[in-house]
Ligand binder design. Structure first.
Ligand SMILES: Nc1ncnc2c1ncn2[C@@H]1O[C@H](COP(=O)(O)OP(=O)(O)O)[C@@H](O)[C@H]1O
Ligand SMILES: [Mg+2]
Length: 308
């Protein structure tokens, strides 16, 4: 449904997206997971035709975005990170606006608007203006604006930012309902739990580059069975540490105040590890042990925290 080939986008000397490629199949939620500034929104903006790529190709349902932009964009629904709703227009007017922008008219438009109001749970707020709504309600309306015309491909850019847990669950259900009716969804997030919960396949992006891609199981296998141990405190220089570490523990990244290690069976080795460290004169203030997950994969691939 979407083919992105070697997409790059430069802003002056900054490379926001660096040769990213991926394809998306019908019926799947494809996740773009990465920290703020990774290039997720820029990628989405290129696919939606909002900004021109510097290089690379994008095809949507077989239509090249540059050569056949109308055909490529017709089946696309966009739920942008910066919300696309008009705060002073009642909810129904917002939905009608976006429906007619995609060519819906008359009874068809009215039916679709009524459907979407159900889906997003705003039937009894249909004639209210969103300006006084909660973050979750605004996000739901923003989502609704992207699905009025029943797109085959839905681009969701961090659709849960600023929403309460209940609204988030509701948004997840709304995404699943889109899949159930046969659409495919490109879902960006910086929350690994969201990617783990929702996505069939995930591409991990950092500094404009795709650094890993696969199903959750495939990505977990890349981390291996090793736990990630992050220690904060004050540590001795690297080479002394390497020698002091117990068997089965290796350094991923070492800074003066933070040490990131990978370990087989981390919880069981923690006591020995802390003992060994204290003998080097290290002072440990905080200890975090993570089982293998997307966060630890990100840490392993980049040496940085996903949330940083
Ligand atoms: N219009 C722009 N002009 C200049 N730099 C931009 C512009 N849009 C995004 N950037 C930069 O490109 C990088 C990627 O941004 P973005 O795609 O928004 O990341 P993400 O959505 O993953 O947080 C960032 O360094 C950001 O500051
Ligand atoms: Mg973004």
């Amino acid at each position: 449904m979407i083919e992105v080939h070697a997409l790059s986008k430069h802003f002056g000397s900054l490379t926001a997206v660096d040769e990213i490629s991926f394809t998306m199949q019908p019926g799947e939620v494809f996740g773009l997971l990465g920290p703020n500034g990774a290039g997720k929104s820029t990628t989405i903006d290129c696919i939606s035709g909002l900004i021109p790529p510097s290089s690379g190709q994008i095809a949507i349902a077989g239509n090249d975005l540059i050569r056949a932009p109308r055909a490529a964009k017709a089946r696309l629904g966009i739920v942008p990170q910066e919300m696309a709703i008009y705060e002073d227009l009642p909810v129904v007017q917002n939905l009608r606006y976006w429906g007619s922008a995609y060519g819906l008219r008359g009874a068809n438009l009215a039916d679709r608007v009524a459907d979407v109001l159900e889906v997003i749970g705003l039937v009894d707020r249909a004639h209210d203006k969103p300006k006084d709504f909660s973050g979750g309600m605004k996000r739901r309306l923003n989502f609704g604006c992207g699905i009025v015309h029943e797109p085959d491909v839905l681009l969701l850019d961090e659709p849960t930012v600023g929403v309460d847990p209940q609204s988030r669950e509701r948004l997840f259900d709304m995404v699943r309902a889109q899949i159930a009716r046969g659409a495919c969804v490109l879902y960006t997030t910086h929350h690994m739990e969201e990617a783990e919960t929702l996505c069939n396949r995930i591409a991990i992006v950092d500094q404009g580059r795709k650094i890993a891609e696969g199903t959750l199981a495939e990505l977990r296998a890349q981390v291996g069975e090793r736990d990630i141990i992050t220690l904060t405190g004050a540590f001795a220089p690297g080479h002394t540490l390497d020698e002091a570490l117990p068997e089965g523990v290796a350094v991923l990244q070492s800074e003066d105040s933070r040490l990131t290690l990978e370990a087989e069976d981390g919880p069981a080795r923690l006591a020995t590890l802390l003992d060994a460290l204290s003998q080097t004169g290290a002072e440990v203030r905080e200890t975090i042990v993570r089982r293998p997950n997307l966060e630890s994969l990100f840490l392993k691939l980049t040496g940085a925290e996903l949330r940083a």
